[in-house]
Design a protein around this ligand. Structure first.
Ligand code: F0G
Length: 351
């Protein structure tokens, strides 16, 4: 059967009235990739599976929530949507708004958005404002504007976003035939860990699965308010997608951790970049730096001896590596240069 997008596939699990017509780019159904070489490199004896959300239409997991939020906005005959973003939400909002014929307004932190994401928003016709401030300041501005203007906020404070994003947990359980033992994921604004936990809970409550994973959320060390317990004014990390100092779903993330007997911890930028290269070079999957935070977290736990043997472990890879060509260029060797001469090229290749 052809995949028809997360709303049509999971409508029975979504709180949508019958008049909501899906606005879809056929998001979801992303690969769950067995990663044995990575598992060995991380010292993990069980199964490591990578849920590659970069394979969504705009290149990140945001499309799952955006199809639902934009479909509801369109059904309500909204004219415009607005969001703050570290890049992926704005790319997704712009694309789905274009598809629905809605205007999109986007507020982002200046100079802190990966190049590809900024281009996506512009290409889909969004009006983009770059502010001299953080994502958190952008989100405050956006919610303030929405109070007095006729625009719908499509950040994850819009509950339909999390409803859509929970489908990643459904897909993982459907593919495995059960829930995994552990689910590692990056945490920024904390919507995704909240949404995935909701998905696992619902499948368990409906008897579709008979267990739930431990939720393992990882932040970047320079942007880890959930680890320190305090909001942060100047978050800083190479993983710009999760450069957030005051997560909107703070309580949801803590509940996911506590109810699942899980963990919320941090990894350094060096650990994130190491995982970023490992995933690409060992498994052929190119992710953006923030996405590698889940794998960096698994490595940290594994080195600390905190992962029991023979577990089934899922790591979400949230976004595509092509979105951030700058970090890839800066952290990889440049190509060797040679004249157009067979012998000289052969010498360089040493084969
Ligand atoms: N990974 C990527 C690639 C992201 O873009 C984000 C969030 C996260 C992880 C963290 O997810 O916020 O649900 O905890 N990006 C948002 C944005 C903030 O504006 O694109 P979260």
């Amino acid at each position: 059967m052809t995949w028809s997008g997360v709303i049509r596939e999971y409508r029975a699990h979504l709180p949508l009235s019958a008049d909501v017509e899906p606005v879809t780019l056929f998001e979801g159904n992303t690969p769950l990739v067995e990663a044995p070489r990575l598992a060995t490199a991380l010292g993990v004896t069980g199964r490591v599976l990578l849920k590659y959300e970069g394979a969504n239409p705009t290149g990140s997991f945001k499309d799952r929530g955006m199809t639902v939020a934009i479909s509801v906005a369109a059904a309500a005959e909204a004219r415009a949507v607005i969001c703050a973003s570290t890049g992926n939400t704005s790319a997704s909002a712009a694309a789905y708004a274009a598809r629905a014929g809605l205007r999109a307004f986007v507020v982002v932190p200046e100079g802190k958005i990966a190049l590809g994401k900024l281009n996506q928003a512009a290409m889909h016709g969004a009006t983009v404002v770059a502010i001299d401030g953080s994502f958190d300041a952008a989100l405050e501005i956006v919610t303030g504007i929405a109070k007095t203007s006729n625009v719908i906020v499509v950040n994850s404070i819009n509950p339909y976003r999390l409803q859509g994003q929970k489908t990643a947990a459904f897909e993982i359980c459907d593919a495995l035939g059960c829930a995994p033992d552990y689910h590692f994921l990056p945490v920024g604004n904390a919507g995704n860990i909240t949404a995935c936990w909701m998905g696992y809970r619902e499948y368990r409550e409906r008897g579709i699965t008979d267990s739930r994973p431990q939720m393992m959320g990882f932040q970047a060390a320079g942007a880890a308010p959930l680890v320190t317990g305090n909001p942060l004014h100047n978050p800083e990390t190479v993983a710009t997608a999760i450069r957030i100092g005051n997560p909107a779903s703070w309580k949801g993330a803590e509940a996911a951790r506590d109810e699942s007997n899980g963990v919320i911890d941090a990894v350094t930028d060096d650990e994130i970049l190491e995982a970023y290269h490992l995933i690409a070079s060992l498994e052929g999957i190119f992710v953006e730096p923030a996405s590698a935070t889940s794998v960096a977290g698994l490595k940290k736990m594994s080195l600390e001896g905190r992962i029991p043997q023979d577990m089934t472990i899922v790591c979400t890879l949230t976004g595509h590596g092509l979105k951030d060509p700058t970090t890839a260029t800066e952290s990889s060797p440049p190509p060797a240069r040679a004249p157009a001469d067979l012998e000289r090229v052969r010498d360089i290749l040493a084969i």
